[in-house]
Design a protein around this ligand. Sequence first.
Ligand SMILES: [Zn+2]
Ligand SMILES: [Zn+2]
Length: 151
Amino acid sequence: MAQTRQAWSEHALERLSDAGFRRGGARQVVIELLDEQPCALSALDIEDELRSREGRRVGRASIYRVLDELVTLDLLSRVEVGDGVARYEPQRPQHEHEHHHHLVCDGCGRLEPFQDDALERAIRGLAARVAFDVSDHDVTLHGCCERCRTT
Ligand SMILES: [Zn+2]
Ligand SMILES: [Zn+2]
């Protein structure tokens, strides 16, 4: 797993410098933070997380700029779960891709990843039956997380 994560941030930094962007600064810290995540983060999550780490003050405008650059270069995918907040997760190379879907808490906005083989098989079966050339899918389940249920 550590190797996979390393691969994405290295890959992302390389693509950025190929595209003429300077390494370092906000790009480096945002990329490293995203690479450590099991799932997607919003710009606000990123800002909070960086602030809580000592000496990592990165302005919101810089965070948005880096996220835009990474989306434009296809290095990040935007995850929309219907609450109006855009979250971002690394677009890892296909063979390393740990495919997952999302559980969203409508109380606190918490996002959790889940994987399910039976669901994937069902979607493949469905894709074979419809008159669509299905290239991608994402599944979002809404509800109430454990923390919100108990408070
Ligand atoms: Zn995710
Ligand atoms: Zn919750």
